[in-house]
Ligand binder design. Structure first.
Ligand SMILES: Cc1cc2nc3c(=O)[nH]c(=O)nc-3n(C[C@H](O)[C@H](O)[C@H](O)COP(=O)(O)OP(=O)(O)OC[C@H]3O[C@@H](n4cnc5c(N)ncnc54)[C@H](O)[C@@H]3O)c2cc1C
Length: 420
């Protein structure tokens, strides 16, 4: 079977653009552009192969022939208008390379997800990636103005536009953001850009869950203008912190005067917390260290709930996990009611305990949980998404959308809610 699949693919891309992958039933293919991707999609649809757009190795968990479609040849900026602050970029372009190019014009894509240097623009869009700066800059759904996508029948569609003012009608790019490769292969994305801030400040407040929750509420009550409000576990290297402490990171990308006014407001909030203030390169170094600590995680779980409940939820979950001997890292975007829990332990028993505990804790508090990453060798047969808020009628509608874009279910089957 693998030989036939490889032979058919070789007719499109040539033998040098195919790797057997060493994984039974999985063939990796490296098309050089949209035309080849279209032909591969048509072939996959005709033969009902699984087609997985991906930029890193895939561990096969079922016997359906699987073609892993790498976007590593779809690289580079196709159009950049610094004056309009708009860039169109091919989907296999590494995110870091895009930011390096934009930096030459003092511009950036205002996105700071936890990802390694291999992460691509298309992969990040497909995952709806975000980081702490979503509080100030919004999420990818606010930044993507247009996209080119290859559908299951091989047709190439352009959704949205290359200008900020979008065409009238349904905002289709939003459908593909966070679709995890289940609706089509993204080949190009157009983004709205932001200027790189001239001054950056980060306030790190460390204290107990009760104190941090009170300070967070005070920041919200005073409607302070901030670009990050992230809750992480207090670093244990600090002599003043204890193991139950949390650190609230309050970011500002405003000019120095505004940052000073914010500092005065934060210092005026009475609380038993320690305060550290970082500026410019210290801020960049801090976030870099934060990312480097999280990247090696094997398990990533996303939780969502009402913002006001997040600190108490995290404190109680941390207590339960610590009683089970499970240690994790936290990154909770308080004002957005969304957070990630990172487990570095690869022991299958501990991974299972972590996932089950988080899912149960969410269920008992009407919060949602999504499994974003698991160790590749770990077999998980439960749904990846547990949300008490997604109704049956919504799931039916999602299935109809999936059927419209991918009627034979070739794209990444099972990656999304309800096996879609
Ligand atoms: C340890 C760890 C921590 C993480 N933490 C965070 C975090 O804090 N915040 C966050 O937002 N994300 C997080 N992620 C997700 C991560 O940022 C993205 O998975 C990753 O950056 C995307 O990498 P990639 O380009 O190699 O895509 P891959 O990992 O290869 O693919 C990711 C998904 O996107 C799909 N995909 C890839 N390219 C395309 C395309 N061109 N068209 C359609 N679908 C496509 C794939 O099918 C797959 O479903 C984490 C992941 C890991 C493993």
């Amino acid at each position: 079977m693998q030989g036939t699949v490889a032979a058919l693919l070789a007719e499109i891309v040539g033998t040098s653009a195919i790797d057997p992958s060493g994984n039974p039933g999985v063939i990796a293919v490296h098309p050089d552009g949209e035309e080849q991707i279209s032909q591969i999609c048509r072939l996959a649809q005709d033969h009902k192969w699984r087609l997985v757009p991906r930029n890193r190795p895939l561990v096969q968990q079922n016997s359906t022939p699987t073609v892993v479609l790498y976007t590593d040849k779809l690289v580079g900026i196709s159009e950049y208008a610094p004056g309009d602050m708009i860039v169109s970029v091919r989907s296999g372009t590494p995110f870091e390379a895009l930011q390096d190019s934009l930096r030459t014009k003092q511009q950036m894509l205002a996105l700071d997800p936890v990802c390694d240097s291999h992460a691509t623009v298309g992969g990040l869009v497909a995952c709806a990636a975000y980081g702490p700066s979503r509080v100030g800059y919004g999420v990818l759904r606010d930044m993507v103005t247009g996209m080119r996508v290859v559908r299951a029948d091989g047709s190439v569609i352009k959704v949205g536009s290359k200008v900020v003012k979008n065409v009238a009608g349904y905002d289709l790019p939003k459908l593909f953001i966070g679709s995890h490769g289940s609706l089509g292969i993204i080949t190009e994305c157009t983004f709205k850009l932001r200027p790189i801030p001239r001054h950056r400040t980060l306030f790190a407040l460390t204290g107990s869950a009760t104190e941090i929750a009170r300070i967070y509420q005070e920041i919200m009550r005073r409607a302070l203008s901030v670009c990050a409000l992230e809750l992480v576990g207090a670093p244990q290297s600090s002599p003043s912190s204890n193991s139950d402490d949390w650190m609230l990171l309050v970011g500002s990308d405003e000019v120095a005067d505004a940052a000073q006014a914010l500092q005065a407001q934060i210092q005026a909030i009475d609380g038993r917390v320690s305060l550290e203030i970082m500026q410019n390169s210290q801020v960049a170094e801090f976030w870099n260290r934060y990312r480097q600590e999280l990247i090696p995680a094997a398990t990533v779980l996303r939780v969502q709930m009402a913002p006001t409940r997040m600190v108490a939820f995290a404190a109680s979950l941390r207590q339960v996990l610590s009683e089970l001997g499970i240690s994790v890292k936290w990154s909770l975007t308080l004002s957005e009611g969304v957070g990630k829990i990172y487990g570095h332990d690869r022991d299958p028993k501990n991974v299972e305990t972590l996932v089950n505990t988080v899912v149960r804790q969410c269920q008992s508090t009407m919060a949602s949980s999504v499994i974003e990453a698991l160790p590749p060798e770990f077999l998980w047969t439960q749904p990846m998404m547990q949300s008490p808020r997604v109704r049956e009628s919504e799931l039916r509608l999602m299935q109809q959308i999936k059927d419209a874009y991918d009627p034979r279910g070739i794209f990444n089957p099972g990656v999304y809610a309800r096996g879609m």
